[in-house]
Design a binder for this molecule. Sequence first.
Ligand SMILES: *Cc1c(COP(=O)(O)O)cnc(C)c1O
Length: 368
Amino acid sequence: MYGTRAVIHLDRLKRNFERIRKRIGNRLICMPVKADAYGHGASPLAAAGILNGADFLAVARVQEGAELRRAGIAARILLLSPPVPEELGALAAYRLTPLISDRDLAGAINAAAEKAGIILPAHIKIDTGMGRIGCRPEEAADLACCIHSLKSLKYEGTATHLARADSPAPEAVEATKIQIARFKSALEVIRRAGANPGIVHAANSGAVLLHEDAYFDMVRPGILLYGYPPSEELADSPEPIMELETTVVFIKNVKKGEALSYGGTWIAPKDTAVGTLPIGYGDGLPRQISGAMRVIIRGISYPLAGRICMDQCMVDLGSADLVKRWDKVTVFGGEGSLTAADIALQAHTIPYEITCNINKRVPRVYVS
Ligand SMILES: *Cc1c(COP(=O)(O)O)cnc(C)c1O
C-alpha cells in the first residue's frame, strides 16, 4: 500500500487542453507552470503540456525557468515576474523570455544578453488595470521602440493581465472590457509608432471562459488546465488532475465521551472506531478545515475527527467495521471525494492555493 501521495492524471490534463483548444481555435497556448505547476510538478507537467500542444510555458521566477531547462525542456519560457539584478545572468544563460515593464529593466536585460553573446526575445507588459507590473498604456509605444532599438533584445510580443476576468458579475465584465479596450488602444499606438507588437496575449483562465475578445494571438490559462474553474461562479467542468490520497495507518476503538486530538475539541458522540491518516498541515492540508473535512474510503465518505495535526489526522469510521488498516483514502480529487475547490471554500481561499500548498513532502506520481 502507498502512503500519502499526489497522483497526477495526465489523461485529464489532455482533456483539459482539448476543452480549451475547442474554444480558442488555432491560437497559441502558453501553459503557466509557475509555483511548481500549481503544485503538480513543474518539469513533468511542462513536458506533458508540450505533448498536448502548449506553445509557450510560463514561470514567475528565473529559478523556475532554470529548473525546466536543466530538465531538458527546450520550449519558449515566459518569465512573468520581474527578475532582480542577480538573476539576469541566469535569465540570459537559460534563455528565458522576459516580460518587460520599463526602460531600465530593458537596458539591464539587454546588457546581460549582450554579455552572454545572444539575442533574447522579449515581450512588453502593459498595465491596463491590474496594478501589479507593466508600463502605463501611454508609455507602451516608447517602451516598444526602446526594446526594438536594443541590439541584444528582439521585440517578440505584447501582454497585459486581467484582474477581474473570472467573474460574470456585470461590474467585473465591464472592468474587463475597459482593460481590453485600453490594451487595444496601446497596441494601436505601438503599431502607429512603426513597431510590430508581435504575439499579443492577455487571457488567463477567466478570460478563456468569459472574454473571447481577449484571446488575441495566445492565451495563458493556468487553473483551467489543472482542472478547476477560476472562480466559484463559473461552473465549467474541467477535470481536476491532482488526486491526493493517503492510507489508514492505525485503527482503534474509542468510547462515547472520549476526546481526541489537540485541544480535545472532538468528543466521541458514541462508541466508534477511529482511523489515523499520515497526512496533516505539514503536507499542506489546511488546518482550518478540520471540522468540515471528509475523506473517501472504499467508496464511503467519512468525517475527520478533531484537529488536523502537522503529520497526521484522525477519521471517524463509525461502528460498521468496513475499513481495514492500509485501505486507500482519497482526500481530494478522486471519485466521489471532495475537490480542491470544496476545500478552498471551507478554508476561505481558492483552489490554486490548495494545490500549490501540497508541498514537497508529498511524492507526485504521474499516470496516464
Ligand atoms: C498565473 C498567471 C496566469 C494564469 O492564471 P489562471 O488564473 O491560472 O488562468 C496568466 N497570466 C499571468 C500573468 C499570470 O501570472
